[in-house]
Write a protein that binds this ligand. Structure first.
Ligand SMILES: NC(=O)c1ccc[n+]([C@@H]2O[C@H](COP(=O)([O-])OP(=O)(O)OC[C@H]3O[C@@H](n4cnc5c(N)ncnc54)[C@H](O)[C@@H]3O)[C@@H](O)[C@H]2O)c1
Length: 447
């Protein structure tokens, strides 16, 4: 390292020469792909995770995320990628990017436990000139009100964050993740990266670092602006999905095909973006993130009515699917109690191996409560056990002998399913995704 340079210039120079050491905390759906992108760019990356099984698997060159082949881990290892649970190594990192979970607690309030624990773990190892970036989705104010006070209070040398240009200390920024699992249409590098630092140098350093792996960075004035940007993006999706979910129910009463309506509206070259109805929200983001903002808004004596209404509509969708299934069985002089139902798809969306907040889990539980005998098929999940909100203890049933089920319920429209065959072989298909739209058959009920 050139010791004549200021800490800022030294970090800039190490980023430009790819010598900067990057620590990524949380080797999950966000952190691991990010680590691989930096490794591709020849940075030496260390992945930190509290889960020893993940650390062991990564160091053995393996992958636990379906869309990331182990060859990519092996490739990254050639650039020096390794994983660890030992926070002592933070001291040798030039930049530390935090990608830990931000769930809701049982009262639907932000659970920042993982962010706090991470801050407590890295604080003792901070050193001057380091760049700390929070990527986890959260309410505006988290970086400055939660992360920063812990980093400053818990480091033994009394090191402080740089708040004004020219001060000495460590740099802090927030940069939201815009990962869209399963989306093959946009390369990760082509997704612009928003960065908001505590002051200009932190923003510039974060922009330089991310500028090595993203085509475009979008600097904003504060971490809170960057935090709010991410929430706006997800609330926009949540509200628009609620709108089409509500209109779907109206269209069904009016015997209008909502998908045909959306396709026709999508031909408008301006002012309209297509969102599609479904069985309810899933994934780590859309069902959760909006409530981070509605919780924070209460501190300002403000009620986020759009978020609450969208939440109400979207949360009711699995119940609507159950009602439609019961009605469809009723038409055939059958009832849900005792019916044999095959649920197709456990994942929260098409072609991903992610179960978090999946509407399938709620739907299976509701079906069981109603007395149905439930099986599932999902190529991504050979078994499903117990999670934070469910306890199913089931194994994947092969897609055979479909005629034995009173209903086959499509909850996730994986592309590997042969829908023509499924419709041909089933007594009744209840389709909550529009997966069978192109098929004309008497035994399909849309919901
Ligand atoms: N998954 C997505 O598509 C997506 C998209 C955009 C934003 N986000 C946001 O990114 C953040 C991370 O999400 P994710 O999907 O990667 O979560 P994840 O659960 O897949 O991964 C998080 C990882 O962090 C690890 N971890 C937890 N506490 C830790 C600690 N103290 N130290 C080290 N490791 C720790 C966990 O073991 C886990 O491996 C969340 O805030 C989420 O809202 C996720």
């Amino acid at each position: 390292m050139d010791t004549s340079l200021s800490p800022t210039a030294a970090l800039e120079s190490r980023i430009a020469s790819r010598q900067a050491r990057i620590g990524i905390i949380g080797m999950g759906y966000v952190g691991l792909p990010l680590a691989l992108l930096f490794s591709e760019e020849r940075f030496h990356v260390t992945g930190f995770d509290v889960d020893p099984a993940k650390v062991e698997q990564l160091n053995a060159g393996g992958s636990y995320i379906v869309r990331i082949p182990s060859t990519e881990i092996a490739q990254a290892q050639r650039s020096g990628f390794c994983a660890t649970s030992s926070y002592g190594e933070i001291a040798s990192m030039d930049a530390v990017l935090i990608c830990v979970p931000t769930p809701l607690d049982e009262f639907h309030q932000p659970d920042l436990r993982y962010v706090r624990e991470t801050a407590e773990a890295i604080a003792p190892h901070l050193r001057e000139g380091q760049l700390i970036v929070l990527e986890s989705t959260t309410y505006p104010g988290t970086t400055e009100e939660v992360l920063l006070p812990i980093l400053e209070a818990e480091n033994p040398s009394g090191l402080r964050a740089v708040r004004r240009n020219g001060e000495r200390g460590f740099y802090v920024a927030f940069s939201p993740e815009r990962e869209d699992p399963g989306n093959e249409t946009v390369a990760r590098r082509d997704i612009p990266k928003v960065v908001g630092g505590l002051e200009n140098t932190a923003t510039a350093l974060a922009a330089s670092l991310y500028g090595t792996i993203f085509q475009r960075t979008v600097p904003v004035s504060t971490p809170a602006v960057a935090e709010m940007t991410k929430l706006l993006e997800n609330i926009y999706r949540c509200v628009n999905i609620a709108l089409v979910n509500e209109l779907k129910q109206l269209c069904e009463r009016m015997e209008i095909d909502i998908f045909e309506v959306i396709d026709a509206a999508s031909t408008k070259p301006f002012g309209f973006q297509a969102f599609y109805p479904g069985p309810g929200l899933g994934g780590h983001c859309i069902p959760i993130d909006p409530f981070y903002l509605s919780w924070k808004a209460k501190q300002f004596d403000f009620h986020t009515r759009f978020i609450e209404l969208a939440g109400e509509v979207n949360t009711a969708m699995p119940y609507y699917v159950i009602d439609r299934t019961a009605n469809a069985l009723n038409q055939r002089k059958k009832c849900l109690n005792g019916a044999r139902i095959l649920v197709l798809g456990l994942a929260y969306k098409r072609d991903v191996d992610d179960l978090r907040e999946s509407p399938s889990l709620t739907i299976i539980e509701l079906l069981r409560k109603a007395g149905a005998e439930v099986c599932y098929n999902d190529p991504f999940f050979p078994t499903v056990g117990r999670g934070r909100h469910y306890d199913l203890n089931m194994s994947c049933t092969p897609l055979e002998d479909l005629g034995q089920y009173d209903a086959v319920l499509i909850v996730t429209d994986h592309t590997s399913y042969d829908y023509v065959r499924i419709v041909a072989e089933s007594q009744l298909v209840v389709d909550s995704r529009g997966a069978t739209r192109g098929i004309r058959a008497e035994n399909i009920v849309h919901c």
